[in-house]
Design a protein around this ligand. Structure first.
Ligand SMILES: *Cc1c(COP(=O)(O)O)cnc(C)c1O
Length: 514
């Protein structure tokens, strides 16, 4: 290193390793560590003439690590090429429709990223004192108000980092409420169509799961529900529209019956796409609702995050919310915004204040749409799913054939019986057609389930092409061509051993190669 202090400036294309190989179809992309060359970097230090001080002068010795971390050393040019290749390797979210049911892989407008990238938002330390981050606090307060307006609830916490984290928070709130009433209830009711995170969260929250079956219309079986309701029930967790894409028709009755035994109603609002601006969980009688901002409110997701799972509650649970909580202060003379801790708070559920840039994206999405725009999101999401339902009714059985909400569940049961082509084969074959696979084998109560959520962001032309592709796949199988069992044949990664991948997960790469 030189004797003078330096500024950091980007270095252009040093020792580029980029190739002109096509992005799609590459068999192997090395890890960033395999691309590493000692001494190569994405910046260079320009001498400025100002005397340089060594790290040891600036940082106390016991805070310095003995050796540099084994980070990859690559040029900016190689770095960009590497991640661009990875982003388009198996399937590119920017290049095609992603009809993965229950996941809401809508197109995320770039304006949300532009806002989240503003230096005043992105480069703020989460521990900055309140008087330096008044703007950030206002964003959080406004988002809480918007989410409460959308859900019909009284207050919300923005801390939980994902849907499942929101569920656990909601169950801890449920427990705190019953504790405060001097009650020790043990059971939480969940319909058999629920997302797998629901029973997992109930167990983590220290409760026992009681499952209620769905009736022949795909909704909660009211008689079965009544038969398990007593004063040992802490509450019910409902997804509405449920995971079959159907609106729970007896929702008001469910709410009344559960409240009658003193239980609380939890709304799994991971996906609000179908109801935005149309109906509100609060008006249906719910006490707790979590939302997945990364699904409904436009943060790119998949591959594990970042997400945000705010939890909104009715009036009676407001005092139990996690703290600290951003708040508008009444204090005329001092800061307009600050942090408060609700009087009977269950405490923190996340370090700092959740995934803040996801929260900034969500408020942007809400603000640019406005109430009318959000309602149009819901109307088009529902229209698109119903168009797909009708169009593909001749190719697959529709699990519950009545108007659906934002997603539709088909069954490939007949195709499997007649031709030996499973839902999984159809899903893999669709990758060859340039579409991401739909969700398969969920919900568990539908045999050979294929769950399609087109979202509101796909055009009629794209939906047409998706439907054409699925029809082609079915026609091909019906004509005796069973090559779908070999699909995907055009992607760099073919079929993986899913059981082994789940059981022998290797999520790390040893940079030293030993
Ligand atoms: C996605 C989803 C969840 C879980 O959300 P994560 O953010 O993945 O933890 C819970 N319930 C439903 C209905 C979902 O679709």
């Amino acid at each position: 290193m030189s004797e003078t202090r330096s500024d950091v400036i980007p270095r252009a294309a040093a020792g580029g390793r980029a190739t002109s190989a096509p992005i799609m179809g590459r068999a192997a992309e090395p890890t960033i560590f395999e691309l590493s060359e000692s001494g190569r970097s994405s910046y260079q230090l320009r001498t400025t003439g100002i005397p340089e001080r060594s790290l040891a002068d600036l940082i106390p010795g016991d805070h310095l690590r003995p050796e540099a971390p084994p980070l990859a050393e690559v040029s900016e040019r190689d770095l960009v090429a590497h991640f661009t290749r990875l982003s388009a390797r198996q399937f590119s979210v920017d290049l095609g429709a992603y009809p993965l049911g229950s996941c809401t892989m809508k197109y995320n407008p770039k304006v949300c990223d532009a806002v989240a990238g503003l230096a005043g938002l992105a480069q703020v330390h989460p521990g900055a004192p309140a008087h330096l981050v008044q703007g950030w606090l206002e964003i959080l307060v406004d988002l809480e108000a918007a989410l409460c307006e959308i859900t019909g609830m009284a207050a919300a916490t923005l801390q939980p980092a994902a849907g499942a984290a929101g569920e656990l928070t909601g169950l801890l709130l449920m427990r705190a409420w019953h504790d405060a009433n001097g009650e020790q209830r043990r059971r939480v009711i969940i319909p058999d169509s629920a997302h797998g995170t629901n029973p997992a969260s109930v167990t983590l929250g220290g409760y026992e799961v009681t499952t209620v079956p769905s009736d022949e219309r795909g909704c909660v079986d009211m008689a079965a529900l009544r038969s398990v309701l007593d004063t040992d029930v802490a509450g019910i967790m409902l997804t509405n529209p449920n995971t079959l894409g159907l609106f729970e028709e007896d929702i008001a009755e469910v709410a009344e019956a559960v409240h009658e035994v003193g239980g609380l109603l939890y709304y799994d609002g991971a996906n609000l796409n179908a109801i935005l601006g149309v109906v509100r969980p609060g008006d249906m009688g719910f006490d707790i609702v979590h939302m997945n901002l990364h699904k409904t409110f436009a943060t790119p997701h998949g591959g594990g995050g970042p997400g945000a799972g705010p939890v909104a509650v009715s009036e009676r649970l407001v005092d139990f919310l996690p703290g600290p909580k951003p708040a508008r202060l009444d204090d005329e003379s001092g800061d307009r915004f600050g942090w408060i801790t609700p009087p009977r708070s269950i405490g923190r559920v996340h370090g700092w204040h959740g995934n803040a840039l996801v929260l900034a994206r969500a408020l942007t999405y809400i603000e640019v749409h406005g109430a009318d725009g959000l309602r149009r999101v819901a109307e088009r999401a529902v229209l698109n799913a119903n168009w797909i339902r009708r169009r593909l009714a001749g190719s697959f059985d529709v699990a519950y054939d009545r108007p659906c909400m934002h997603e539709v569940v088909f069954s490939a049961s007949a195709l499997r019986k007649d031709e030996g082509i499973k839902a999984l084969d159809v899903a893999k074959r669709l990758l060859e057609e340039g579409f991401h696979s739909p969700t398969v084998y969920f919900p568990l109560i539908v045999d050979e389930a294929l769950m399609i959520e087109p979202t509101e962001t796909e055009s009629p032309q794209t939906l047409e092409a998706l439907a054409d592709a699925l029809e082609r796949i079915v026609a091909e199988a019906r004509s005796g061509d069973h090559s779908a069992t070999e699909a995907p044949r055009t992607t760099p990664v073919r079929r993986v051993d899913e059981a082994r991948a789940a059981r022998t997960l290797v999520p790390t790469f040893d940079a030293r190669g030993d």
